[in-house]
Design a protein around this ligand. Structure first.
Ligand SMILES: C[S@@+](CC[C@H](N)C(=O)[O-])C[C@H]1O[C@@H](n2cnc3c(N)ncnc32)[C@H](O)[C@@H]1O
Length: 200
C-alpha cells in the first residue's frame, strides 16, 4: 500500500500460489503474475477465483522471469516478488528454466537477467521489492540475499530499505534438534526495497 495507488499495475514474476495477486485484488490494484510452472498458474487461478467488489484487472501467465518480452518497457508501477533461494527448495521436478534447480553461481547468473528485466519493465521512480534469504552449504553461510541485492543495484536500482523479516518455526529446525552443531540457525530473511531512479 505504501508504494502503490489504486489502479496501479503490480508485477510478481515468481507468482507461486498467487499471494501478491490476491493482495492486489483486495487492494484494488491491477496485477500480472508470471511463473514458469503450470501447476503454480493453475493454483494461483484457483486462489484468485473469488468475487470482490472492485474491478481490478488480474492476469496470470506461464512465462520466464528472465524474459518478460510481453510486458512493455516502463509500464509497471511496482514489482513485488519472492524468487526461489537457489536450489534449497525445488518447485518442480525437472522444468527447464526453473531457477530453483540452479546451484549458487548459476542461480546468480539467472538473477542478473531477472534484475535487468525488472529494471526494464518498471516505470522510473517506482519500487521493486523482493524477498530473499541466505543459505548454508556444508555448514558455511552463503550470502544469497546480499549477492542478489547487488545484482539489482548493478542493473540500475538504488537501495531504499533493507527490511529484516524474522523467520519462526524454520523447517530445518527439527533436523538440527539434539545434534551437536557449532553454528547458529539462519532465522531471518530480507525484503529489499529498490527504486528505479531516472539517472543510473
Ligand atoms: C518462492 S516461490 C514464490 C512463492 C509466492 N510468493 C507465493 O505466494 O506462493 C518461487 C516461484 O518461482 C517460480 N520460478 C522458478 N523459476 C522461474 C522462472 N525462471 N520464471 C518464473 N518463475 C519461476 C517457481 O515455480 C515458484 O513458484
Amino acid at each position: 500500500m505504501r508504494y502503490t495507488n489504486e489502479n496501479d499495475w503490480v508485477l510478481d514474476q515468481f507468482l507461486g500460489s498467487g499471494t501478491t495477486l490476491i493482495e492486489a485484488k483486495l487492494l484494488n490494484r491491477n496485477a500480472i503474475g508470471v511463473d514458469i510452472n503450470p501447476n503454480s498458474i493453475k493454483l494461483s487461478n484457483q486462489n484468485l477465483n473469488f468475487e470482490f467488489r472492485n474491478g481490478s484487472k488480474i492476469f496470470t501467465k506461464l512465462d520466464n522471469a528472465k524474459n518478460l518480452s510481453f510486458i512493455k518497457n516502463e509500464s509497471i508501477d511496482m514489482i513485488c516478488t519472492h524468487p526461489p533461494y537457489a536450489d534449497i527448495i525445488r518447485y518442480s521436478t525437472s522444468l527447464k528454466e526453473d531457477i530453483s534447480h540452479l546451484a549458487y553461481n548459476e542461480f546468480l547468473e539467472a538473477m542478473k537477467d531477472v534484475a535487468e528485466e525488472a529494471f526494464r519493465v518498471l516505470k522510473c521512480g517506482k519500487i521493486c521489492a523482493f524477498m530473499m534469504g541466505d543459505i548454508r552449504e556444508h555448514s558455511y553461510v552463503r550470502p544469497l540475499g546480499m549477492d542478489s541485492m547487488q545484482l539489482f543495484i548493478n542493473a540500475g536500482f538504488r537501495l531504499r530499505e533493507i527490511i529484516i523479516k524474522e523467520q519462526h518455526n524454520c523447517r530445518s529446525a527439527d533436523y538440527w534438534k539434539g545434534k551437536q552443531v557449532n553454528f547458529l540457525m539462519l532465522a531471518h530473511e530480507y525484503i529489499f526495497i529498490l527504486e528505479k531512479i531516472s539517472v543510473r
